[in-house]
Design a binder for this molecule. Structure first.
Ligand code: GDP
Ligand code: MG
Length: 176
């Protein structure tokens, strides 16, 4: 099964860190500003799943062109929307992004692709400005899923995000 995932969120929330962590198991600290689609395969229940992960340096919330945004929505089978638990503005941005995605023509036409909200940088709890409950509540109100993770310190938490999303896409694809 081939699945396309887009990773979105404002600058510096850790979109590339999460992606690279999944692909290499490592946290390298600094990531360039490259627009890239990465491929990664793994086995689930004896089936090979090929993930294509679109990571980009833009913040979909502001600078991005509408046409590119729509292209992403059209391409995606699933979404990972990232904020940093130390960055309130990035959380507000995720909240707006959900509304934007859900009102996009291509999203409405497709079998609603699952959206996962990810609060990253959990290791920086002393600088936290967004409570876990706020993330959980946003997910509840928007019919999304929610995880808090640390790309820096917890590989397993990152794995859960991607595997959780794939599980949901698998269900969606199998029931259509
Ligand atoms: P992007 O712009 O969303 O792709 O963000 P990056 O992946 O480039 O990360 C931005 C900065 O945050 C980098 O300096 C990363 O090292 C740092 N970073 C990313 N994830 C974490 C995390 O889980 N914990 C901490 N402490 N720093 C992180
Ligand atoms: Mg990046």
């Amino acid at each position: 099964m081939d699945v396309n995932i887009v990773v979105m969120g404002t600058e510096s929330v850790g979109k590339s860190a999460l992606t690279v962590r999944l692909l290499t198991r490592r946290f390298i600290g600094e990531y360039g500003d490259i627009e890239s689609i990465y491929s990664h395969s793994f086995m689930v229940d004896g089936r090979e799943i090929s993930l294509n992960i679109w990571d980009s340096p833009y913040s979909e919330d502001s600078s991005m062109e509408t046409s590119l945004f729509e292209k992403k929505v059209q391409w995606a089978d699933g979404y990972i929307l990232v904020y940093s638990i130390c960055d309130r503005a990035s959380f507000n941005s995720v909240s707006r992004l959900i509304q934007t995605i859900k009102s996009t023509k291509d999203y409405l036409n497709a079998d609603k692709a699952p959206i996962v909200i990810v609060g990253n940088k959990r290791d920086l709890h002393h600088r936290r400005t967004v409570l876990s409950e706020e993330g959980r509540l946003l997910a509840l109100n928007t019919d999304c899923h929610f995880y808090e993770v640390s790309a820096a310190e917890n590989y397993h938490s990152v794995l859960m995000v991607f595997h959780g999303l794939v599980d949901r896409m698998k269900d969606a694809k199998l029931t259509t």
